[in-house]
Design a protein around this ligand. Structure first.
Ligand SMILES: Cc1cc2nc3c(=O)[nH]c(=O)nc-3n(C[C@H](O)[C@H](O)[C@H](O)COP(=O)(O)OP(=O)(O)OC[C@H]3O[C@@H](n4cnc5c(N)ncnc54)[C@H](O)[C@@H]3O)c2cc1C
Length: 518
């Protein structure tokens, strides 16, 4: 399906005034949409990306130790297998190179505009178009495909005095490679998925490292493995071998779902393994107690590392569990009054997840933004993808599409399949606009929240970034990934209000699909 043209991004091309499909973001999601639109002959599209390259997460997260924590054979596109992964959990530069290579080979890059930020998008009912203001000018589009990322906008901690810190300060997702950590006193705030990759690398360089922990995570052994030359040759040349690897990993990962969503007791072997991993690396009982989670395994994201606990147990590392009171120009003071001086402060405090920044800038047909629409009850979409009052809007990695156990690329591909079928349906029936009904959306989300009640994320005794201000989990998908794919395999037009094209001068016509197709 790929041509071999090594297309160079035409960044200097002016923005067209109008396209059929506008894609926001050039991460795994936006690129997948672009490739599949092209495959369907829907070539009148544009991808706008505020960064200077494709990659999204993998362009931005360049911190030392950055790697995926779902095996690469699965954490990659099904339609672009890569026999050359160097190891089971590939490092960031390899993933970024894979995304770039896939983009180049797809021949879509001439329709990407980098360094272009979507500042505002509003549905115009009169023209049945999205009117999108970008940093490079205005563009109108029939469909707006938002792949702006769920973990894209770094969240800085709200700590007194942090703005007055006089040393080097940066977020894990915006690593400052100009700062040499050798021999420095460093603090890392956070013990989530990024922090546990960063800490072992910083520990090797720093004179001293303070790790500020609010809650101790469960950390399983990483079971990483390098693919040797022979194995990679076999993956390249033996028909079906790579698919077999991918399938085996997929089903092993899917095995976590019952423990997360139905019966937390099923996750007890994993809990035992994580506590064993801790006991093996940390002999000091006091430190071990601080590192022992106080909630059920799976309630927060389960992490994997062979090096985190040994790093924490090193002589040059202190695990600080007292709450941070304030940051001074030269250090951090905890609530017990102790000040620890530092040269460099790394904040690994995650991202805006339940209040996505892009939602402030997307306005639907009633004049409300997505953020306003969701402010009262939290994020909710139909099938994680479409939203009432927002015609022809498709959100990739939308509400309740996140996973705690498997590859987000699998979810993205399922959503893009739904988008493709929606576009086919619209073309075939000459619909100008589709919008999910409030009833279908309400039913979909009521079912999700009902299922959520018994999941470990709600019952496991932790507070996590999966939960919004209302205590609702609007991030994760509470079923198997194959159920998600099945439910999104066809565009179910019966759940939508559709509009025929507006005739010049006549009002827009909202009608049921049956009426239009009749
Ligand atoms: C450190 C880290 C490790 C991860 N590891 C894994 C893993 O192992 N397995 C897994 O399944 N998932 C993992 N994830 C989740 C990961 O985010 C997803 O797997 C996936 O990369 C998301 O792709 P995306 O295209 O939806 O979003 P992103 O990759 O975040 O891309 C969104 C893009 O949209 C652009 N954008 C945003 N707003 C605008 C705007 N207004 N105008 C123009 N452009 C805009 C951004 O610049 C960005 O390039 C990880 C996340 C992080 C942060």
């Amino acid at each position: 399906m790929f041509n071999n043209a090594n297309t160079v991004p035409a960044m200097s091309h002016p923005l067209p005034s109008s396209v059929k499909h506008l894609v926001v973001g050039a991460g795994f999601a936006g690129l997948c949409a672009a490739i599949k639109l092209q495959e369907d002959g829907e070539t009148d599209f544009l991808v706008v990306e505020k960064g200077s390259d494709v990659g999204g997460t993998w362009r931005d997260n360049t911190y030392p130790g950055a790697a995926c924590d779902v095996p690469s054979q699965l954490y990659s596109y099904s339609f672009a297998p890569n026999p050359d992964w160097s190891m089971s959990f590939s490092p960031q530069p390899e993933i970024q190179a894979y995304i770039r290579r896939t983009a180049e080979r797809s021949g879509t890059l001439d329709r990407f505009r980098f360094d272009t930020t979507v500042e505002d998008a509003a549905w115009d009912a009169a023209t049945q178009q999205w009117v999108v203001e970008t940093s490079a000018g205005r563009v109108t589009a029939s469909t707006l495909i938002v792949g702006a990322g769920g973990l894209s906008e770094p969240k800085l901690p709200d700590i007194e005095g942090i703005d007055g810190f006089q040393g080097e300060l940066f977020h894990s997702a915006r690593w400052n490679h100009d700062v040499d950590l050798t021999g420095k006193r460093v603090a890392v705030i956070g013990t989530g998925a990024s922090a546990i990759q960063i800490v072992p690398e910083v520990q090797k360089l720093a004179a001293h490292l303070d790790v500020y922990q609010r809650t101790a995570p469960y950390v399983l052994p990483r079971n990483d493995r390098t693919y040797g030359r022979l194995e990679r040759a076999a993956l390249r040349h033996v028909p079906g071998l790579q698919k077999a690897y991918r399938t085996a990993i997929y089903w092993a990962r899917e095995g976590y779902v019952p423990g997360f969503t139905l019966q937390p007791k099923l996750a007890l072997p994993a809990k035992k393994m994580a506590l064993g991993n801790l006991a093996k690396a940390v002999r000091d009982p006091e430190l071990r107690a601080k590192l022992t989670p106080t909630f059920e395994i799976g309630c927060k994201r389960i992490l994997i590392s062979n090096t985190y606990y040994p790093a924490i147990a090193s002589d040059n590392v202190e695990l600080v569990t007292d709450r941070i009171a304030r940051v001074t120009p030269t250090g951090i003071v905890t609530e017990d009054g102790v000040e620890r001086p530092i040269d460099v402060l790394v904040v690994a405090t995650g991202f805006f997840t339940t209040e996505l920044p892009i939602t402030e800038h997307v306005t639907g047909r009633t004049g409300r933004t997505l953020a306003d629409t969701w402010r009262k009850d939290g994020m909710a979409a139909y099938k994680g993808t479409t939203v009432p009052e927002f015609p022809n809007l498709f959100m990739l990695v939308g509400p309740n599409t996140g996973l705690g156990h498997s590859s987000m690329v699998f979810i993205i591909e399922a959503q893009v399949q739904y988008l493709r079928d929606a576009i086919r349906t619209m073309n075939a029936n000459r619909y100008a606009a589709v919008e999910p009904t409030a009833e279908a959306t309400q039913e979909w989300n009521a079912d999700i929240q009902r299922r959520m009640q018994r999941t470990v994320w709600n019952t496991g005794g932790c507070s996590s970034w999966y939960l919004d201000d209302h205590g609702r989990n609007t991030i994760l998908w509470p079923r198997t990934t194959f159920a998600f794919r099945g439910l999104l395999s066809r565009f179910d037009v019966a759940a939508y209000d559709v509009e025929a094209p507006v005739q010049a001068g006549s009002p827009s016509l909202t009608t049921t699909p049956e009426e239009v197709t009749a």
